[in-house]
Design a protein around this ligand. Structure first.
Ligand code: FES
Length: 103
């Protein structure tokens, strides 16, 4: 189920090209010009990471790169803040376990 706004009374949406990426083994689509977190949120993904000590779910929080709620593994790189990382065609995005592995 998509939670993407299609119409708004005062805003217009000029979406870029539709692109696809892989999230935890599933293909998801988003639009050029949006962040990974925005595309995941629109696809219904609400849990982006888990707290390190108690493994509690963490989701979209500050959306400006200031907290650590959205750190995921992107193209094999751990601890990427997906709320400030732009979506690219063919990316591989994974839910990160713990502190993530350094390359
Ligand atoms: S949601 Fe806070 S850094 Fe991404």
């Amino acid at each position: 189920m998509s939670s993407r706004l299609e119409k708004h009374p005062i805003l217009s949406f000029d979406r870029g090209k539709k692109i696809s990426f892989n999230f935890d083994g599933s293909e998801i689509t988003g639009y050029e010009g949006e962040t990974i977190a925005a595309a995941l949120h629109a696809a219904g993904v609400r849990v982006l990471s888990h707290s390190i000590e108690r493994n509690r779910p963490r989701g979209f929080y500050c959306a400006i790169g200031n907290c650590s709620s959205c750190m995921m593994e992107v193209n094999g790189e751990a601890n990427v803040k997906v709320c400030v990382t732009m979506l690219e065609e063919g990316m591989t995005v994974r839910t990160q376990e713990g502190k993530g592995e350094l390359l």
